[in-house]
Design a protein around this ligand. Structure first.
Ligand code: 26A
Length: 344
């Protein structure tokens, strides 16, 4: 594989991020944890207008899988990545499309007639980020969109699929279409656990797609949530990563499954199916003064890894690329990378 032929197809919730700094009061007011991702409940829906009225809001393209796909494209030759998701017929969607165009990510959007493009309030406090999402059009994604000519062309060509775990709150059927396509053609299906509430509250959906996955990403809190949901009585990240690697596999590819668990500035853990030993990759040190915000760092990491896999790099090399992009994202406002491009 070398890239340039839409090898990577990602599926997720396209969101516009509305980011604020020094948002301690908003965490308190809306009952948000400093470092978490949630779907807005009825009371939290007021946060979007509240931050517009009272803060200096930075608007930036978001949506976890869309971020990862943009970051994968960063390390790939033009025309290597396509992204599927549902947006509204509004200006927000135009902003997202423009951000994808800028990075060379092909947007294969479904357009909802009645729902607005989804948005995510990103509340930054220190090095933490709290994400509060109103999915809007994103949860209107219909399986039938996968049957459109444009989507079919991408799906039939793909060598690697990437599923944002967040999509499983509403879209497991569509996710399974891609998973089964990967299985039928013996190509790679990768996914991200995305947030603790996904393995915690959408366990059944996660368990439906994990068997197809040959690369699974998560961070320390998501791994712990997976362990709890599966009655694993350990908080040891290596053991949890191994358990995820060793759980059901529905494909031959998944028999070579790897699980990659990031842990902030602590080393990243790599577990391989059927092995007794886990591996650790040191994360490059980042000077705290260089940290702008951590929004999207995990997506940039995953995107870098997947992009490197498209290029045919080994999993160890791919993790190094992921670390570089994660670090680069942390030095920027929101889930974006540096331009002009740096070599990674
Ligand atoms: C279903 N939920 C809650 C979400 C998200 C989400 N992307 C998809 N679905 N909640 C937050 N995000 C995105 O995560 C990125 C940081 O990892 C935000 O848009 C942000 O860009």
């Amino acid at each position: 594989m070398a890239g340039g032929n839409f090898e990577l197809v990602a599926l997720g919730n396209p969101l516009l991020d509305m980011q604020i700094r020094n948002g301690e009061a908003m965490l308190e007011k809306y009952g948000l944890k400093p470092n978490d991702a949630v779907l807005a409940d009825d009371k939290q829906l007021a946060i979007y207008q509240d931050i517009v009225d009272n803060y200096d809001v930075t608007y930036v393209a978001g949506g976890a899988a869309q971020n990862a796909a943009r970051c994968a494209q960063y390390v790939l030759p033009p025309n290597s990545t396509a992204y599927l998701g549902c947006v509204g017929k509004d200006d927000l969607a135009k902003q997202l499309q423009a951000a994808n165009d800028k990075e060379g990510l092909k947007s294969i959007y479904q357009f909802s007639d009645d729902a607005p493009t989804g948005s995510c309030a990103v509340v930054i406090t220190g090095h933490n980020r709290s994400l509060c999402t109103n999915l809007g059009a994103a949860e209107k994604f219909a399986k039938s969109h996968l049957e459109t000519a444009e989507a079919q062309q991408a799906i039939k060509n793909a060598k690697i699929f990437y599923l944002g775990g967040f999509f499983l709150t509403h879209g497991v059927e569509s996710a399974l279409v891609l998973a089964n396509e990967a299985k039928a053609r013996d190509v790679s299906f990768t996914m991200n656990l995305s947030a603790p509430f996904i393995p915690q509250f959408f366990t059944a959906q996660v368990d439906q797609v994990v068997p197809f996955a040959d690369v699974i990403f998560g961070n320390e809190t998501e791994a712990e949530a997976w362990a709890q949901a599966h009655n694993l009585e350990t908080k040891d990240l290596k053991q949890i990563a191994q358990a995820i690697a060793d759980c059901d596999a529905a494909t031959i590819k998944a028999e070579k499954r790897v699980v990659i668990i990031t842990n902030g500035s602590q080393p990243t853990i790599l577990a391989k199916r059927g092995e007794s030993q886990q591996f650790v990759h040191e994360t490059p040190k980042i000077n705290p003064a260089d940290i702008v915000d951590t929004n999207g760092a995990g997506d940039a990491f995953a995107g870098g890894v997947v992009g490197a896999l498209v290029l045919g790099k080994s999993i160890d090399e791919a993790i190094n690329v992921g670390h570089k992009l994660g670090g680069m994202c942390i030095g920027q406002v929101g889930p974006i990378l540096k331009f002009p491009k740096e070599n990674v």
